[in-house]
Write a protein that binds this ligand. Structure first.
Ligand code: NAI
Length: 328
């Protein structure tokens, strides 16, 4: 029998946590033959609700679930962690300035990064979901100097999945017919969903769409503003789809992208495609054996260039702001 993998989830009592934990425990995060221990990190006010969720996890009698630890101590939650899903974050409240938002999150992701540095397993893989995800991931990464920088990633898979679904709908095909779509930049309204490299049943998707106005005025804003549309419709932010994307992100990272396809992940830039080195930006990546590589050599049109640059400029601003606040 295999040794269980330690999976830490922060914000475990939140709505994404509730949608996420049952799928981790049922084998969707790592594979149907991989046992897991769950480590749930919450703030003191969230502990009781996390205990309730743990009771329900027990009640599922999941064959792969070993033990569950519930704590408000990062050093305990990240002890021996192999995979960490950083979901809990400080949301923007009415009247909150951006600097306040970044400092509040720095107060969460700085100490969590340090706890990962000091306590996690050597093979730790981190996915940051809590917003502002890219910059929170950067804060955590910079506070974990002993962990290879590429182990810190930010989630743009929900944007990726949203873009695939919108494109499939437009072309009257299924999501299975679409490959090589890319989300570039920040998980924010400036993100750029790129279909110029994408394939639909093996043919170029942009040519199949053949409608630049739809791309600029419908597709890109629909994907970029989907989070707001969900809040408007549901009265609460995306939870099950966000949890699903977190599952997809880690599953793909660990188990690999399909031959000929790629995915989108927020990762530390090495300067590829002119993206400022060191920031955490979304790129097209292939994954294999738990490692990823940025897809190289893609031709970037002027249409794409302007949009990638705008989103990267926002990330550079966020980095400069957290640097000025002394958070990195
Ligand atoms: P929620 O408010 O329902 O849950 C957040 C939970 O985090 C709460 O239980 C809270 O007690 C906990 N928490 C706060 N600070 C913590 C800390 N320092 N340590 C541990 N736990 C802490 O929020 P929800 O809906 O679950 O969303 C979580 C985050 O995910 C938000 O920041 C949201 O903006 C973000 N998000 C990101 C998406 C992406 O595509 N990257 C998509 C959807 C949401």
């Amino acid at each position: 029998t295999r040794t269980p993998v330690n999976v830490t989830v922060t914000g475990a009592a939140g709505q994404i946590g509730y949608a996420l934990l049952f799928r981790i425990a049922s084998g969707h995060l790592l594979g149907a033959d991989v046992p897991v221990n769950l480590r749930l990190l919450e703030i003191p006010q969230g502990l009781k609700a996390a205990e309730g969720t743990a009771m329900e996890l027990d009640d599922c009698a999941f064959p792969l679930l070993r033990d569950i630890t519930i704590t408000d101590q990062p050093s305990v939650a990240f002890d021996g962690a192999n995979v960490a899903l950083l979901v809990g974050a400080r949301p923007r409240t009415a009247g909150m300035e951006r600097g306040d938002l970044l400092s509040a999150n720095g107060g969460i992701f700085g100490p969590q990064g340090k706890a990962i540095n000091d306590h996690a397993a050597d093979d730790i893989k981190v996915l940051v979901v809590g917003n502002p995800a890219n910059t929170n991931a950067l804060i955590a990464q910079r506070n974990a100097p002993d962990v290879p920088a590429e182990r810190f990633t930010a989630m743009t898979r929900l944007d990726h999945n949203r873009a695939v679904a919108q494109l499939a709908k437009k072309l009257g095909v299924t999501v299975n017919d679409i490959q090589r779509l890319t989300i570039w930049g920040n998980h924010s309204a400036t993100q750029y969903p790129d279909i110029f490299q994408a394939l639909v049943n093996g043919k170029n998707a942009a040519e199949a769409v053949n409608d630049e106005a739809w791309l600029a005025d419908t597709f890109i804003p629909t994907v970029a503003k989907r989070g707001a549309a969900i809040i408007e419709a549901r009265g609460a932010s995306s939870a099950a789809s966000a949890a699903n994307a977190a599952i997809d992100h880690v599953y793909t990272w660990v188990n690999g992208t399909a031959e000929g396809d790629w995915t989108s992940m927020g990762i530390v830039s090495d300067g590829s495609y002119g993206v400022e080195p060191g920031i955490i930006s979304s790129f097209p990546v292939t994954t294999k054996d738990g490692e990823f590589e940025i897809v190289q050599g893609l031709e970037i049109s002027d249409f794409s260039r302007a949009r990638i640059d705008a989103s990267v400029a926002e990330l550079v601003e966020e980095r400069d702001a957290v640097q000025a606040l002394g958070l990195i």
